[in-house]
Design a protein around this ligand. Structure first.
Ligand SMILES: Cc1cc2nc3c(=O)[nH]c(=O)nc-3n(C[C@H](O)[C@H](O)[C@H](O)COP(=O)(O)OP(=O)(O)OC[C@H]3O[C@@H](n4cnc5c(N)ncnc54)[C@H](O)[C@@H]3O)c2cc1C
Length: 310
C-alpha cells in the first residue's frame, strides 16, 4: 500500500465537538491554510485548490483572494494557469507554518514522515481525538502502523541491532510543559533492541545509534532536531542490567510469547512456594503500568492478613 492511501477517517461518525482548528478558522480557510502552510513549497492552481478543498468554487475563490490580498500567499501567472503558494516573506510565515502543522497537519506530517518507509507499511491509521476533530490543547497524536517488517526477527531471533529501526516517539511536554525549561520541548524515542544475549557492544554502539535515530527524526517528523538539541540521554539494555538489576537488561520483563503471556505468566500467588506472592511486570496479567497496577490490586485480595504468619 502506498502512503497516499492514508486517508482521513469518517469524522462525522463521532459526536462533533469544536476542535482547536474549528475555533480559529472557518472550514474552507482551514483547508487552504493546511494546503499552503503544511507544504509551503508547493503551488496550486485555483482548480486544484477547489478539488483538494472539496468546497464550492465561490468559497475557495473568496478565501484565496483574501489570503493573497493580505500577502499571506503569492500569485504568479495569468487566468487558469495562475499559481498560488505560501508567501515565505509574509511577516507571520514561520508562525503560520508552525501553527498549521500543529493543528491542521498531522496527517500531512505523517504522510511525509512515513514516505521514507512506505514500502514496509501495510496500513497507517491516525485515530483518536485529532482524527475525530475533537483535539484540544492536551491532545496527543495517536497513530497505528501495521507492518510485516517490525524487526521482530532481528530482535528476538538474530539479536541483531537493525539499521532500519522502528521508533515510538513521545512528547511528554505536550501534557506537562514543566518537563522542559521554558521555550523547550522534551522528546522521548523508544527503539526496540535485543536484550544482552545479543553480541552488541553498547559502550561503542549506543552513541552512533542515537545519532542515526536523531538524524532520521531530523529528516522526518522533527525537522532540524539535531541542530536544536540542548541535551540528550540514552538508556541501553546494559543500563537496565547495571542500574535496575534487570535480567539480561530486558526492558519489559518476560518475553511476551504466547506461553508467557496473560494467564500463562507467573501467577501472583506462587503455586510452588507457599506464601510466596509476586507483583509487577513479570507476573499475570503483564507489563505496562495498567497491568502492573492490576497485579498490586490482585495482591491486595490474595495476600493473607499478617497475623497468619505469626
Ligand atoms: C522504555 C520503556 C517504555 C515504556 N513505556 C510504557 C508506556 O508508555 N506505558 C506503559 O503502560 N508501560 C510502559 N512501559 C512498561 C512499564 O514501565 C513497566 O511495565 C512497569 O514500570 C513495570 O513496573 P514494575 O513495578 O513491575 O517494575 P519496575 O518499574 O521495573 O520496578 C522494579 C524496581 O525494582 C528494582 N530492583 C531490581 N532488583 C532489585 C533488588 N534485587 N533489590 C531491590 N530493588 C531491585 C529496580 O531497580 C526497579 O526500580 C515501558 C517500559 C520501558 C522499559
Amino acid at each position: 500500500m502506498s502512503i497516499s492511501e492514508i486517508r482521513d477517517g469518517d469524522a462525522t461518525r463521532y459526536k462533533k465537538r469544536t476542535s482547536l482548528a474549528d475555533a480559529l478558522f472557518s472550514g474552507t480557510r482551514q483547508t487552504l491554510l493546511r494546503l499552503f502552510f503544511t507544504d509551503p513549497d508547493r503551488s496550486y492552481t485555483l482548480s486544484q485548490l477547489i478539488d483538494l478543498a472539496q468546497a464550492g468554487r465561490g468559497a475557495v475563490q473568496r478565501e484565496t483572494a483574501r489570503l493573497a490580498e493580505v500577502g499571506l500567499i503569492t500569485q504568479e501567472g495569468q487566468s487558469r494557469g495562475r499559481l498560488y503558494r505560501a508567501n515565505p516573506n509574509a511577516p507571520i510565515f514561520n508562525e503560520l507554518c508552525s501553527l498549521t502543522r500543529k493543528i491542521l497537519g498531522p496527517a500531512e506530517l505523517l504522510r511525509t514522515a512515513l514516505a521514507l518507509v512506505s514500502d514496509q507499511i501495510d496500513l497507517a491509521l491516525l485515530y483518536g481525538s485529532i482524527a475525530q476533530g475533537r483535539d484540544h490543547a492536551g491532545s496527543d497524536v495517536d497513530v497505528l502502523i501495521v507492518s510485516d517488517e517490525l524487526l521482530l526477527e532481528d530482535i528476538f531471533e538474530r539479536k541483531h541491532l537493525a539499521d532500519d529501526f522502528s521508533l515510538y516517539l513521545h512528547r511528554p511536554t505536550a501534557t506537562d510543559p514543566a518537563l522542559a525549561p521554558p521555550g523547550c520541548d522534551t522528546f522521548y524515542a523508544l527503539a526496540p533492541v535485543p536484550h544482552l544475549d545479543g553480541d552488541i557492544d553498547w559502550a561503542e554502539r549506543a552513541e552512533p545509534y542515537r545519532r542515526a535515530i536523531s538524524e532520521y527524526l531530523s529528516q522526518s517528523l522533527l525537522p532540524g532536531l539535531e541542530g536544536e538539541l540542548a541535551c540528550s540521554m540514552v538508556t541501553t539494555p546494559k543500563d537496565f542490567e547495571l542500574r535496575l538489576s534487570s535480567f539480561k537488561g530486558a526492558g519489559f520483563s518476560l518475553e511476551p510469547v504466547l506461553m508467557q503471556s496473560a494467564w500463562f505468566r507467573p501467577h501472583n500467588e506462587s503455586e510452588e512456594v507457599r506464601h510466596l506472592y509476586m507483583v509487577g511486570a513479570g507476573t499475570h496479567p503483564g507489563a505496562g503500568v495498567p497491568g502492573v497496577i492490576s497485579t498490586a490490586r490482585v495482591l491486595d485480595t490474595v495476600v493473607p492478613d499478617a497475623s497468619v504468619f505469626t
